[in-house]
Design a protein around this ligand. Structure first.
Ligand SMILES: NC(=O)c1ccc[n+]([C@@H]2O[C@H](COP(=O)([O-])OP(=O)(O)OC[C@H]3O[C@@H](n4cnc5c(N)ncnc54)[C@H](OP(=O)(O)O)[C@@H]3O)[C@@H](O)[C@H]2O)c1
Length: 314
């Protein structure tokens, strides 16, 4: 594979940082001495951790630039600053989370989340797709989520933003294909990053005064402990997501959808197995409210299977 320029958003931490560094260390992206991986972040004051992990790739195969996914001018300036405005691969990764009862979220916070998670992607694609179409090549890789396929209790708005991402990409992919531009949705389950820390920190501080007692109890006493157990049992590392993203970018025929965590495949299969939508709803309801011991036991089993799968793939 020849050298391609990859632009990654949201590289101040987590998955974006891991993807940028993993790509910069890969041979195919090293040939060109600079700008092979354009690792972007909205606030350059936060560049130090990335500089540290980038090591000797910094200013060789990895360049750090400013880009705010919520600002069209910032995106344009960043792309304009690249030679020939060339972006061969866009990794749209910047995103924010939100959990909690709907009654506790303000409209402006929800709109802010959509502005980053959905319209951030739309702005980026608007900027790079016309050039990709003209060149008749390119790959748009989008960090979606398993919650872009299956909604989850108390993740209503976050999940909706990822559904929007999936619908947008699914609609655009056919047109892109006509111009030989590839699109891939990466769908991770839980990943241990700042994201997790931030959403739980917000949840702890959340003012539940505006919500009825039963909902507040379900959130605090059922959802939060379960969600923590899921993270502790099943979370992948950002490096695992980065490795899989590299495989997707370098694949000859990358898939349109890629779930990073096999453990979630039965859950998404449930959704497709029943067009009425009852099967996944009933299953989630029973696991959360009726069979919590079964839920905990199945997590233990899944963790064991995940470890085994990890060992056998090494
Ligand atoms: N962690 C998970 O469990 C998980 C699971 C599935 C999917 N994902 C998705 O993976 C992506 C990366 O998340 P992560 O887990 O790596 O979380 P993270 O460590 O919190 O990283 C999110 C990144 O997005 C950046 N960002 C936020 N708003 C931005 C904006 N307007 N412009 C540019 N950058 C912006 C953040 O920058 P600042 O430092 O400036 O805030 C940060 O660099 C997100 O799209 C998320 O939805 C995460």
């Amino acid at each position: 594979m020849g050298t391609r320029r990859v632009l990654v958003t949201g590289c101040s931490s987590g998955i974006g940082m891991a993807v940028a560094v993993r790509l910069a260390k890969e041979k195919g992206f090293k040939v060109c001495l600079c700008e092979a991986v354009v690792a972007t972040m909205r606030d350059l004051e936060k560049r130090e951790p990335l500089e540290r992990v980038a090591g000797d790739t910094l200013n060789r195969s990895l360049e750090i630039r400013q880009l705010d996914a919520c600002c069209e001018d910032s995106i344009r300036e960043c792309v304009d600053s690249l030679q020939d405005r060339q972006v061969d691969v866009l990794v749209s990764n910047a995103g924010v989370g939100m959990i909690g009862p709907l009654e506790c979220q303000s409209m402006s916070d929800m709109q802010g989340l959509f502005d980053t998670n959905f319209f951030g992607l739309v702005r980026l694609v608007k900027e790079v797709l016309p050039d990709m179409k003209r060149r008749r090549s390119g790959h748009i890789v989008v960090m979606s989520s398993i919650m872009g396929i299956q909604g989850l209790l108390f993740n209503d708005v976050y999940s909706a933003s990822k559904f929007a991402v999936e619908g947008f990409c699914e609609s655009l992919a056919v047109q892109a294909m006509k111009f030989s531009v590839k699109m891939t949705l990466v769908e991770p389950g839980p990943v241990g990053t700042e994201f997790e820390r931030k959403v739980y920190e917000d949840a702890e501080k959340m003012d539940l005064a505006g919500v009825d007692e039963e909902t507040a109890r379900i959130f605090r006493e059922i959802y939060l402990p379960y969600s923590r157990k899921v993270f502790n049992s099943l979370a992948q590392t950002p490096e695992e997501i980065a490795e899989q993203t590299l495989q997707l970018i370098t694949a000859k025929e990358p898939p349109f959808r890629h779930q990073t965590n096999r453990v979630y495949m039965p859950m998404t299969a449930l959704k497709h197995a029943d067009p009425t939508g009852r099967l996944p709803l009933d299953t989630f309801y029973k696991l959360l409210f009726k069979h919590d011991s079964l839920f905990t036991a199945s997590l233990g089993l899944l963790r064991m299977l995940q470890k085994r799968a990890g060992k056998s793939s090494k």
